[in-house]
Design a protein around this ligand. Structure first.
Ligand code: ACO
Length: 413
């Protein structure tokens, strides 16, 4: 049975379907707000012939976003989000139909890369997405010491300022900081201004008993040089204040990160600081003496990347070493990528061209997505997830794609 995917015409039904899938309850007052950052022409639906009358069988949406790549280019991407299938329609191929639709539309629009945050790890690999960025969650005790003598002079010139995220001008300042830092931190994903407005306004349902998110800026000479988001949670234990401050993604260079990190581990009435989104090569881990200094360290997948168009995506990023490899790409959901490509990198510049030469390597397109931001993919060969036909060819490819520093985790979208 072929499943028709079409643009949404009924914003209320679209939102109500999302709310059923995500067991939410939204007031009319918040409805328009929740759809912010999701342009009306980027909402798509499926109605199965025997599906529910009042809701859609499936929905998905695309946020137009930008992402920084190895080498510093900042390129448009499709931020896949709002994926949901009605409980009565699940496991009948609705998601598979929506994924084909998404990839076709993205390619037609000239968008070479799609990215997402996955609700469950097992869903998106089959659709050609690779886990491209890892992130640590780190717990730090009150007053944790950060040792970075080489940065002290620079940090001394910085001040920190705590503001409500919803205060005028804050989201514009956050976005400007992200755009400025992105080239130095490949993997950074930046939303349109509407997306920041969405994050700044938290509905009563999202907040429950939590304080609204606040933004801590680092400034030098009156100019923003970085920020992070935080939220404090009260707790009293044995008559002592022992709250937890939950801290989001850090943005800015090393000195800004250090100034912000010192501030968030020294907030009154707090006992623990939970850093929710720390890249695996983030200097913070080194400043506390390594993983044991961080305490209770957990690792998750952050951004998943999908090359919508291998030929267009490959040359967008820079490469740290050379390669010349013929790759047989398997791609069930974006058949225009399937077949043999000569992938090269020389003096930092990549090129992808069709070839009839015998393949050196056979892999699923998801492997190219996993390595696209610089995350190491050498282990896929050992795991039996790629096949090598010319000895050393896969190592050559994996080395060229890998970057010295691991990619930056992104803010959830
Ligand atoms: C980017 C984001 O928005 S992330 C949010 C994703 N949404 C959610 O998690 C909301 C709750 N879950 C759902 O709405 C649905 O269960 C979905 C979207 C995950 C799956 O939708 P379905 O229409 O049931 O998937 P569909 O029938 O197309 O399945 C396609 C394939 O994926 C597999 N699959 C689907 N969901 C899962 C899962 N959660 N874990 C593992 N495999 C899965 C199916 O088994 C099927 O495999 P096959 O091709 O080997 O037969």
């Amino acid at each position: 049975m072929s499943i028709d995917v079409r643009p949404s015409e009924d914003p209320a039904k679209y939102l109500a379907t999302d709310q059923l899938v995500w067991f939410g309850e939204v007031t009319d007052a918040d409805a328009d707000h929740l759809r912010l950052g999701l342009p009306a022409d980027q909402r798509f639906v499926v109605d199965l012939p025997d599906g529910p009358d009042d809701l859609h069988s499936g929905i998905y949406g695309v946020r137009p976003m930008e992402m920084s790549l190895p080498g510093g280019a900042v390129v448009p991407i499709a931020g896949l989000t709002w994926v949901g299938v009605h409980p009565d329609a699940r496991r009948r191929g609705v998601l598979a139909a929506m994924m084909s639709d998404h990839l076709t539309r993205a390619r037609d629009a000239g968008t070479a890369v799609s990215a997402l945050h996955a609700s469950e790890a097992a869903i998106y690999g089959r659709f050609g997405y690779g886990s491209a960025v890892l992130t640590h969650q780190v717990s730090l005790g009150r007053g944790t010491t950060f040792t970075a003598p080489h940065l002290e002079d620079e940090v001394a010139s910085l001040t920190t300022h705590l503001l409500d995220m919803a205060a005028p001008g804050v989201t514009e300042r956050m976005r400007a900081c992200q755009l400025a830092a992105a080239p130095d931190f490949p993997g950074t994903i930046i939303g349109l201004p509407d997306f920041f407005t969405l994050m700044a306004h938290e509905t009563p349902e999202q907040l429950r008993d939590k304080e609204p998110r606040r933004i801590l800026f680092a400034r030098r000479d009156g100019q923003d040089v970085g920020f992070t988001g935080l939220r404090r949670e009260h707790k009293w234990e044995s008559a002592r204040p022992s709250g937890t401050v939950v801290v989001g993604t850090f943005c800015g260079g090393p000195a800004a990160r250090l100034a912000l990190a010192r501030r968030v581990v020294d907030l009154d009435l707090m006992g623990t600081t939970k850093l929710e989104n720390v890249g695996v090569d983030d200097p913070i881990l080194g400043w506390v003496g390594g993983p044991r200094g961080a305490g209770d360290l957990k690792t998750w997948d952050s951004t998943w990347v999908r090359l919508v168009d291998v030929e267009a995506a490959w040359p967008l990023r820079a490469f740290e070493s050379d390669c010349d490899v013929v790759v047989e790409v398997q791609d069930r959901y974006a058949p225009w990528n399937a077949g043999r490509w000569r992938l090269t990198a020389a003096s930092g510049t990549g090129a992808a061209s069709r070839t009839d030469s015998p393949a050196d390597v056979t892999l699923d397109v998801a492997a190219l997505g996993a390595g696209y931001l610089g995350h190491g993919i050498g282990g896929l060969l050992r795991a039996g997830l790629v096949q090598e036909h010319r000895p050393g060819a896969y190592a050559e490819l994996a080395r060229a794609m890998r970057t010295t520093v691991a990619p930056e985790p992104s803010i959830g979208f």
